[in-house]
Every structure is written in C-alpha cells, then in structure tokens.
Design a binder for this molecule. Structure first.
Ligand code: CP3
Length: 343
C-alpha cells in the first residue's frame, strides 16, 4: 500500500476517516512478556536501541499481537544527547541517567558526521521496518523536543519538576537558549534522516512542556518546534508531523497554530469536547485516553473510549493514549480497547 493510502497518514493529512487509526505511545515495552524476554536476551535497553535487528523485533511485537494501524520506531529520546557526546546509561528499574550539565555550560557541538554515524543503527532499523511491517501499517519516527531533552541534560535524569533546566533558563538565559537552539538543529537533521530511511510520519515528544511557565512556553517550546518543522518541511514537505507538548492545557491551540505541525497529541488532562472545537478545525487531534484504563479495564475504560470517539470522530482524529502505556498494563485491556474502536 502507498504511504498516502494508509489510515494514519490520511488522518494526519486532515481526512475524517470512517474509523480512526489507532496506535499507543510506548506500545512496545515491559507490559509485553515477549519484550521482557527480548530485553533480557539483548542484555539491556540501550542494546535494544542500538541493534537494528533487536529494534525491529521490539517494534514488530505489538504490531503482530494487536495489529495497530501505526508502529513507532523502537528507540529512545535520549539517543540524541548521546549522539551529541553526552554520557547516557539506563539504571535497571529506575530509568535514564546522564552526566548533568552545569548552568552556563556551552552546548555540545553538532558535528553531522559523528552524530549520524552514532545514529546509523536507528536509521537501519527504520529501513528494516519498512521491509518487515504489514503493507497497511504506517511507520512513525520520533525525537524528543529540545526542551524535554534539555531537562534531562541539565538534571542528569527526569526529576524534581525539571528544576535544573528551569533554574538554568532564568540564571543564564543566553547559554540555555544556545543549548535549546543547538538541540533544535540536531533534532531537525535527525528527523530528516529518519524520513530518508523510510519513516512516513514523525512525532516530536515534548513530555515536560507542562513544566514551562506561560512566559517561557513560546521561547523554549513553540520556537524550537517551529524551527524543526521548517527544517523538516524544507527536505520533506509532505511528511506529516505530530507535536506532543504534554500538559500545556489551553496552550495546545497556540502550539498547533504557531508551529505548523499537522496534528497534536493530547494528554488525558484535556477534554475531548474542547479539543473538537478548539483544535480540530486547525489540525488533526491524537489522543487522549487515560493510560490507567489499560491497567484497570472494565466499564470505566469503555465509557471513556466512547466519550472520546463521540467527541472527536467528526474530524481528523487518531486514537491514542494521553501518555505512554505503563508496565502494569494488561494486554487484554488493549484488545478490549481495539474491539471498542473498530467494532
Ligand atoms: O513503543 C514506543 O513508544 C517506542 C519507543 C519509545 C521509548 N521511549 C522506549 C522506552 C519512545 C517513543 C520513547 C520516548 C521517551 N523516552 C520519552 C517521551 C515520551 C514519554 O514517555 O514522555 C521520554 C521522556 C523518554 C525517556 C525515558 N526512557 C524514560 C523517562 C524512561 C524510564 C521510564 C520507563 O518507562 O522505564 C525510559 C525508558 C524506556 N524507553 C523504556 C522503553 C520501552 C523502558 C526501558 C526498559 O526498562 O525496558
């Protein structure tokens, strides 16, 4: 099937499809026994990310099991700081660690040659996936957004309300702005290479956008995202771009209009009825089921699915969760979700 005919791509181009495409953030992961077995075999999470065969297999697992309309490349947002020369490792059971930057530090240099050499296994996984995926399944590439990447680079981990990055931005705005702009440059080039390799849409994860004050939102979230969108569009004008400024509430509308993304992924804090009237006229809406329903299931799950479908099915819409599926999720609840959406 041609990319243009895939359900996800049609929805991201603004079409109201009879049944919405569905995929889940973190659809590959620890709630699947086959993922846990693969990670064990690979000997750690980063070994999965940097081995194209393993990354392809991890990406394929939820597609085989559930038949989602889209797959998201198995990787992590922190491969970008890693490729820029920062130390990155994963503490089992805890999460990512980096050696923290200090306020005032110069941003790491962006040297395209070693950067892309480091990320070559990612590009190879993308190309491998286009050969492995079912004909109708769209392939989404992704990156972390500059602000969210900077919060991890400043703190060395995800913690304390992103205090380290917030302190830096007010103490020394020049060096913090330089870091953000450097990351925007690297992220733009990274996404272009993923699309060159075969990604059919891309998503920019700004998971900690909700920690920004309204006065900082434009400079550290909207502006770098806009720059990335311009860079990617110059190389690949037709590839749809999704933004996920998680937790920004009413500012989703400003983000959608100002950045020029094709669609926004909504967290579960936003009402779908509000999204239908404030967002859908300006772009595709993706979301926004409370991820806890994948753990708890039952009637509460079905009621919220029905509410989201009722509110958003009249416009361009992609069904997803409001954030990633958690390790405690029950695969049976994912099946119940798909049955409810697809009938
Ligand atoms: O299936 C998919 O969605 C594709 C793969 C994917 C992962 N991380 C795999 C992963 C994607 C798109 C991400 C994005 C990511 N990574 C984000 C943005 C989205 C979000 O969740 O807000 C962020 C902030 C990260 C950084 C990160 N990676 C954290 C904070 C953690 C620890 C928390 C956790 O869930 O373990 C990770 C680890 C991670 N990334 C795992 C997976 C499957 C778990 C690793 C493991 O123990 O096996």
């Amino acid at each position: 099937m041609k990319t243009d005919d895939k359900l996800l791509i049609r929805a991201l181009r603004g079409e109201t499809t009879p049944v919405p495409p569905v995929w889940l953030m973190r659809q590959a992961g620890r709630y699947l026994p086959e993922y846990r077995a693969l990670r064990e075999k690979a000997g750690g999470f980063l070994n999965l990310c940097y081995n194209p065969e393993h990354a392809v297999e991890a990406t394929m697992q939820p597609i085989r099991r559930f038949g989602f309309d889209a797959s998201i490349l198995f990787s992590d947002i922190l491969v970008v700081p890693h490729a820029l020369g920062r130390d990155v490792w994963f503490e089992t059971g805890e999460g990512p660690r980096l050696n923290p930057m200090a306020i005032g530090d110069a941003p790491p240099a962006f040297d395209p040659e070693p950067f892309h050499a480091h990320l070559k296994p990612v590009y190879e996984a993308v190309t491998g996936l286009r050969q492995s995926l079912p004909a109708e399944t769209a392939l989404i590439g992704f990156s972390g957004a500059p602000w969210t990447l900077a919060t991890y680079m400043a703190a060395g981990r995800g913690k304390d309300e992103q205090a380290a990055a917030r302190a830096w931005m007010y103490t020394d705005p020049d060096s913090f702005g330089a870091l953000i702009d450097r990351l925007a440059e690297a992220v733009g080039q990274y996404l272009i290479r993923q699309i060159d390799a075969g990604a059919e849409a891309v998503q920019i994860f700004d998971s900690w956008a909700g920690a920004l004050a309204p006065s900082a939102f434009d400079r550290y979230c909207v502006q770098p995202t806009t720059a990335i969108v311009e860079t990617v569009r110059a190389a690949h004008p037709d590839t749809p771009i999704l933004g996920f400024p998680r937790g920004v509430g009413a500012s989703y509308a400003d983000f959608l209009k100002a950045t020029g993304v094709n669609g926004v992924s909504l967290d579960q804090g936003v009402s779908p009825e509000w999204a239908a009237q404030a967002l859908q006229p300006h772009g595709t809406v993706q979301g926004n089921l409370e991820p806890m329903h994948m753990v708890t299931g039952g009637d509460a799950l079905l009621r919220d699915v029905d509410r989201i479908l009722a509110a958003l099915s009249g416009g361009p819409f992609v069904f997803n969760l409001g954030h990633g599926i958690t390790p405690q999720a029950d695969p049976a609840n994912v099946e119940a979700l798909l049955r409810r959406i697809r009938g």
